[in-house]
Structure formats: structure tokens, C-alpha cells
Design a protein. Structure first.
Lengths: 425, 373
């Protein structure tokens, strides 16, 4: 810090000296300002990223051209992080596995550092703000390959880029992953504009939704076809890398995932913990607003863990839980963790959310803390069920991506768009 | 005969595609065309196969090029920069000016053209010729050479299924002169009568502020959800867009406040689309009321509402107009018709130029006696 302060002090002195040497409106001052602007451009990471992009896009196109001949532009509200296992990340991994290049556009907090760009792995990450600065740079590229957009983040600033994409022959897929209006209702997703989401629902070539209730709602809104593509899991999620022992309770419960206040039902969990002090509840995850020290003694917060370790922790649990708040946010969600718990052969007790489509018999749903506790006891007494794992095994991301591709293949709009851009009817 | 065309931009625009069409056809008529663009851009791919005839360079480089190379005719398309060439420029060149721009601010240069450096002006329509005459201060002859419809519009239109609602479309640059706001306004009025209409805007904007304005205005007028905007469609794909519009039972509409020719409407007619246009030139030169399209009163956009609705409701009328429109456009603007007119005009210029040189020695100048078209 000391060195930086000294450096800043010298910079200030130099600036003052230059101001004295080159008074306002002098040619010297003008040149100085130009030099300053040029230096800024050199060091500004965003500008650097823009230039880097221009160099990397042809590399990514070649990568995709040599493998599958197609690319996906994935627009996601979160960064591509393998350790968080979000839907956009899982789709991306599966796409790349099939040789399909991915441009992963993600939203970032102001000032958050840019993920170093790399097109050799088939994935190129770009912050949304950089993408929006000059969307045509990307959207008018990739003329040798098939171009698709998967939008999971219906940000209203996409109105213009969407029009460019439509004109350049990109197949547009809107993937309705959450009930965004419900998020806004609970004070989140301030960016959300229902009019733009409706616009997307009406104008995307294909619309997917993660839950049947969202499918039904869109059909009643727009009358258009919506394809149910639930969440899924990676096949090896149940692999135990090495044993990890946790202290056991009378019943041991566990949760892993995002602990957002928008959906995590803390009052319910605290009540259950208080009523059953002999139970032990383990929480693995991130985004918790409560101080871990304030939790009751029988709730243990383990923090964020690599996905490769989840199965070894979960092996200590009798019951896996999804304690979500009743309401629109949870009702529109299809927690990935439910599939993962089932793959780990754990009985699941949930509140707020519906069981996965087709997996209703494997998830017990409670309406309040009393029922939740009762169902935990019931679940803990149940034995291993081969059907649980079998069901989970049919819900891989590979299968989900197949659903997406079938939806695209069957869509009359996609057929029409292909024709508009040179294909045959 | 060696002929040079000079144009400012090498983009994917309409002028570049017309030049591309001319390359093929003029070669067939014994011309050896060369193109010079002052600014580079994404339009190079339009000239694939003609790379040796296409040059890009600044005015300074053009001046040097003109000193080294001799051509029989020199044409410039709305590129007054050629008159400001200095340094290596030759001052004995007599330019033929192709006057296509409908934008008043871009037309100003016409006032300063001198008969010492400009032999003639070519325009794509009678209307634009009248504009040219009104702007010129010196007695420079003006000729009309029809714009050729581009090759991609010539194939037989196809039926494209898949649209549940008729598409009312607007094609052009989203600027003041083309009046895209008029289209949004009209779309709002149409929706008051019929809800089952989709609206397509096919066009790019000159400034990014238009994006937000379009979004805002379409929300205010209730058009937002029904509007599909295709920003910057490659020209080669436009015929299929038009086939899709026609197959939906839709029409192509112009709300333009100024055109030199009205190429997008002519192209739509070539694809058998029914069109609705303001009752003014140059549209009146190639659209015939109730035969190949419908007019509305030029000063009142809302006057287009009944015409659009009438066409949307009358399938036979649309079909009849589409068939007649294609025929009528092909009669004048098919490249096989339009390019020979240009070739003949250029031949006449060349002959007149030669005669002028000979006659100027005896004091008679014949070139100016060439009859204007």
C-alpha cells in the first residue's frame, strides 16, 4: 500500500507540473489529453477484452467448424463455474463435449474482474456489458457455421442484439429457467421487464421451460408451443472421491446449493432444528445471509465445497432436504440438487418446490415445518430404492440437451428461419 | 471500352450490389469495368471473383491511380470527393455523375458541379432527374437509366408456409427520410382494426439511439409485441424474406418521405408482393394504382390504413397485383432490359466524347447536343 501511495503522490505532482507547463487550450495540453486517452485505452481491461475478442472469435469459429460446424451463444445470469453447476454451465459443458463451440455471455457485478478469455477449450466467456457494447461484433461473425442462441437471462438490453441476431440467421431459443416476475416481487431481479420477456416468448424460435407450471403459463399467455426441458444432472455426481465422515445425529439431514434468501426458507429450517435437537443438519453452499455463528448447534454450515466432494459428504446423510419458501420463486424452480440427491440414493423432503417431472414418487413435499419434520422421519425410515437412482439416471444433461435439439428440429419457426437464410424448406 | 466507377463505401449496401450486377452485364456488352472505393468495409465479399477489378484506397491513392491509368469513361456515384482530388490528379477528366442519393444534405454537391469537369448526370428515375435539374446551376445534361433489379430477385418466388398472421413489412434504413416512425404509427392504427397482423421491420439504423427509440415508440403505440425487427439483413437473403411476407398474406409498405427510385418496393414487386406506397414520385413511375399496387395520400400516413386492410382482406387482389407487378418491373428493370439502356447511354457518351474532341478542334461541340432522356 505504501508503494502505491507514493506512486500516486508522484503521479499527482507530475500532473500538476504538466498542467503548469501546458496551459488550458494550448496545443501541448491537447496532445497531452490525447496521449492520456490512448494510455487509458491500453490499460483499460474492458477495451483490452474487446480487442482480444476480435482475435479470439475466429479461433472459436475454427474450433467449432472442425468439430460440429455449429456454435451456441449462451446468455446467462451467472458466470460459467463448474463448482456451482448451474443449468447454463451444464448445458455448456454438454455442448462442448459434442464439439459445439460456446460463447458464454454472463452478467457480472460492476467492477468484477473479467474471466480470462480462452477459445481453445471451445468456451469463450464474455461479460454481458462487453457484449452489449458492440453486439454486432459477435452476432455478425461465424458465417461458416450454424449459429444458435440460448437465452437464460431475459435482460431488456437484449432487444437490439436480438434484432441483429434475427437478421443474421441465429436460431434463438429462450429458456425459461425461473419465474422472473416472482423474483422481482421479492425484491430481486430489479432489471426484469415483463414486456421484454413477453417479447422474447413471442419472438424466439423455440421456447423451453424448466417446469410444467411455467410451460402452462406461457401457453396461456402466448398460445405458442413451449417445450418442457427440466433440469438434469452430471452422470458422475454420485461418485465418492474419498470417505469424509461427519458427526451423525439421531437423523442426519443435508442440503447443498445456493442459500439465497429469495427462496431458502430459514424460518422453517430453524424451527425444525429447534424442535429436533437430536437431529443434525448439514448445509453446504454459498450466498448465505445469516452469520454461521448464529445458527443453532445442530445446524452445521460447511461452506462451499467442490462438486467432486459432494457425494462423500452426502453419504453421511439419512435424508436430503430442499427447504424452500412457499411462493412464486420456488414454484417456478426445478432444483438441480433434487436430481443429484436422488442420484446419490437419498430420500428427499422438500417444501415450496414441486418434485421433478416424472419423479413425484421419490420426493416428499411438505407445506409447513411440522409436516416437514414428519416427512423427514418417514423418509429416514425408508430403505434404499433402486427406482430413485434409475429415475435420476434418466435425467442427465445429455438427455436434456437431446430434448433441446428435438425441440429445435421440430420447430416450424426454425425451419422457416433456415429457409430465410439459404436452407431448403 | 475501359470504364471506371468510383464510390465512397464498400459496404453491403444497395449501390454495391447494383455495381456487382453491372460488372457481369457490362462485361457482356464489351465494357471493361473497374471499381474504386474510397473506404474499405465488409462489402468485399459482394465482389468475389472480381477482385482484380476492385480497388480500395484514399482520395490521394485514387489521384495517383488516375494519373497512371487511362479509362474511356469515368463515373462517380454520389462521390463528390473526386472533384477535390489534388496532388497527382489529372484535371482533364470529365466525369459522369450518377445521382442516386435522396438525402438533401448529400445532394448539395450537385449545386457545385461544373460543366468543365462533369459531362453528364445519370439518374435512376424521372423524379430524380427533375431533382438534379433543379439543383444544377450549370447546363449539364441529365439522363435517366433505370436501376437493374438485382439477380437474386429474379428467380421464381416460392411459397413459404409457417406464418399464422399476415405480415405487414417495412424495408429500409431507419432514418428520418425513410420515416420508420410513420410505419410504427401506422402499425398502431392497423392494430386498432385488426389484431391478427405481424409487423416486420427489415433494416439497420444510422445511430444507436434509434434502437431505444424504436423500442419505446413501439411500446407506446402497442406494436411492441407484434413487431419483429431484423436489423441488417444481408441483401442476398431479402428475396426469401419477401417470399415469406407474400406467403403470409402480407404486403410491403413504404412510408418514405424521399426516394430517388424506390428500389425496395420495386424488388418487392419483383417477388410478387403487393405494395402500398405514397402517391408521389418516383413510386408513380413504376406502381400503377389498383393494378400493381395501392397508393395512399402522400401527406397522411393514416390514409394508408384502408389500403393495407383492403389488400390484407383480398387475396385475389394481392395475387393479381403480385403477378402484374413482377411483370411490370421485369419489363423495365430486369437486368437484361436495364443494363443495355445503361450500356447504350455509355456508348453514346463515349461516341459523343470522341466527336467532341474532334469537333472542338473546329469549334463545334456535339456532346451537349445529345438528347436528354
Amino acid at each position: 500500500m505504501g508503494v502505491r501511495k507514493l506512486f500516486n503522490c508522484w503521479i499527482d505532482k507530475l500532473a500538476n507540473l504538466l498542467k503548469k507547463i501546458f496551459p488550458l487550450d494550448s496545443r501541448g495540453r491537447f496532445l497531452l489529453q490525447r496521449l492520456r486517452a490512448a494510455l487509458f485505452k491500453l490499460v483499460d481491461p474492458d477495451v483490452r477484452t474487446g480487442r482480444q475478442l476480435e482475435r479470439l472469435l475466429p479461433d472459436l469459429e475454427s474450433w467449432a467448424y472442425e468439430r460440429s460446424g455449429s456454435i451456441f451463444l449462451v446468455i446467462s445470469p451467472v458466470q460459467f463455474r463448474e463448482d456451482e453447476g448451474q443449468r447454463a454451465t451444464n448445458f455448456t459443458q454438454e455442448l462442448v463435449r459434442r464439439g459445439i463451440g460456446v460463447l458464454f455471455v454472463y452478467w457480472r457485478w460492476p467492477g468484477q474482474e473479467i474471466v480470462p478469455a480462452d477459445s481453445n477449450s471451445g468456451i469463450l466467456q464474455i461479460p454481458m456489458d462487453v457484449f452489449l457494447r458492440k453486439p454486432e461484433l459477435i452476432l455478425r461473425s461465424f458465417n461458416r457455421i450454424k449459429k444458435n442462441i440460448l437465452i437464460e437471462y431475459p435482460h431488456p438490453d437484449l432487444f437490439g442484439p436480438l434484432s441483429t441476431a434475427q437478421a443474421a440467421g441465429w436460431i434463438t431459443v429462450y429458456d425459461l429457467v425461473d419465474d422472473w416476475a416472482a423474483f422481482q416481487h421479492v425484491g430481486q431481479a430489479a432489471w426484469y421487464d415483463p414486456a421484454f420477456e413477453r417479447y422474447l416468448l413471442l419472438h424466439a424460435d423455440v421456447v423451453l421451460a424448466v417446469r410444467q407450471n411455467l410451460v402452462d403459463r406461457v401457453i396461456s399467455w402466448t398460445g405458442r408451443q413451449v417445450v418442457l426441458v427440466p433440469n438434469g444432472l452430471v452422470p458422475d455426481i454420485d461418485t465418492i472421491d474419498r470417505p469424509r465422515y461427519l458427526e451423525q445425529g439421531h437423523i442426519t439431514l443435508g442440503y447443498f446449493g445456493y442459500l439465497s434468501d429469495a427462496w431458502f426458507d430459514w424460518p422453517l429450517l430453524l424451527e425444525v432444528a429447534e424442535r429436533h435437537p437430536a437431529w443434525r443438519i448439514y448445509l453446504i453452499g454459498y450466498g448465505m445471509s445469516l452469520e454461521p455463528g448464529l445458527l443453532p448447534g445442530n445446524i452445521v454450515f460447511l461452506g462451499k465445497k467442490p462438486r467432486s466432494e459432494l457425494a462423500s459428504y452426502a453419504a453421511n446423510w439419512d435424508v436430503a432436504i430442499v427447504p424452500f419458501k412457499q411462493g412464486g420463486v420456488a414454484r417456478g424452480a426445478d432444483p438441480i440438487k433434487t436430481y443429484e440427491y436422488l442420484a446419490m440414493d437419498l430420500p428427499v423432503v422438500a417444501s415450496g418446490v414441486q418434485p421433478p417431472s416424472g419423479g413425484e414418487e421419490h420426493v416428499l413435499c411438505a407445506r409447513n415445518s411440522l409436516e416437514f419434520a414428519r416427512l423427514v422421519e418417514k423418509a429416514a425410515a425408508s430403505s434404499t430404492e433402486p427406482d430413485r437412482c434409475r429415475f435420476a439416471g434418466s435425467c442427465t444433461w445429455e438427455e436434456r440437451l437431446n430434448l433441446l435439439f428435438s425441440a429445435m428440429a421440430e420447430s416450424p419457426r426454425v425451419r422457416q428461419k433456415k429457409f430465410l437464410f439459404g436452407g431448403v424448406l | 471500352m475501359r470504364i471506371l466507377f468510383v464510390y465512397k463505401y464498400l459496404t453491403l449496401g444497395g449501390v454495391e450490389t447494383v455495381l456487382r450486377a453491372r460488372l457481369n452485364m457490362l462485361s457482356a456488352h464489351g465494357f471493361e469495368p473497374t471499381l474504386w472505393f474510397l473506404n474499405d468495409g465488409p462489402g468485399r465479399k459482394i465482389f468475389e471473383g472480381w477482385e482484380s477489378s476492385v480497388f480500395v484506397g484514399s482520395e490521394r491513392k485514387l489521384a495517383a491511380f488516375l494519373k497512371m491509368e487511362r479509362f474511356d469513361l469515368y463515373l462517380t456515384l454520389d462521390t463528390p470527393e473526386v472533384f477535390k482530388l489534388s496532388g497527382n490528379a489529372r484535371f482533364d477528366i470529365h466525369w459522369i455523375v450518377e445521382f442516386h442519393t435522396p438525402y438533401p444534405e448529400a445532394q448539395e454537391y450537385m449545386q457545385y458541379l461544373s460543366s468543365d469537369t462533369v459531362q453528364a448526370v445519370i439518374t435512376p428515375s424521372q423524379y430524380q432527374a427533375a431533382q438534379a435539374r433543379a439543383l444544377l446551376w450549370e447546363p449539364i445534361p441529365v439522363f435517366v437509366c433505370p436501376n437493374p433489379i438485382r439477380d437474386v430477385f429474379l428467380s421464381e418466388p416460392v411459397i413459404v408456409p409457417g406464418n399464422k398472421e399476415p405480415i405487414v413489412s417495412w424495408i429500409g434504413r431507419l432514418d428520418e427520410l425513410k420515416n420508420w416512425r410513420g410505419f410504427i404509427d401506422l402499425a398502431g392504427k392497423l392494430l386498432e382494426t385488426r389484431e391478427d397482423i405481424s409487423f416486420w421491420i427489415i433494416g439497420d439504423y444510422p445511430s444507436r439511439t434509434v434502437e431505444k427509440e424504436l423500442e419505446g415508440l413501439s411500446k407506446i403505440t402497442g406494436v411492441y409485441e407484434k413487431l419483429c425487427w431484423f436489423r441488417g439483413v444481408d441483401h442476398m437473403h431479402i428475396p426469401r424474406f419477401m417470399d415469406c411476407i407474400r406467403s403470409s398474406g402480407g404486403i410491403v409498405l413504404s412510408t418514405s418521405l424521399g426516394e430517388s427510385f424506390g428500389m425496395t418496393i420495386a424488388e418487392a414487386m419483383a417477388r410478387k408482393c403487393a405494395v402500398v406506397v405514397p402517391d408521389k414520385s418516383p413510386f408513380c413511375e413504376f406502381v400503377e394504382q389498383c393494378e400493381t399496387g395501392l397508393f395512399y395520400h402522400r401527406d397522411e400516413i393514416s390514409a394508408a390504413v384502408p389500403s393495407v386492410l383492403r389488400l390484407l382482406e383480398d387475396r385475389d387482389l394481392r395475387h393479381r397485383m403480385g403477378v402484374k407487378g413482377r411483370m411490370s418491373i421485369f419489363n423495365t428493370y430486369h437486368p437484361a432490359r436495364a443494363i443495355p439502356v445503361l450500356a447504350q447511354t455509355l456508348q453514346q457518351f463515349f461516341q459523343a466524347q470522341k466527336s467532341d474532341v474532334e469537333q472542338s478542334k473546329t469549334g463545334n461541340v456535339l456532346f451537349s447536343q445529345m438528347s436528354e432522356v
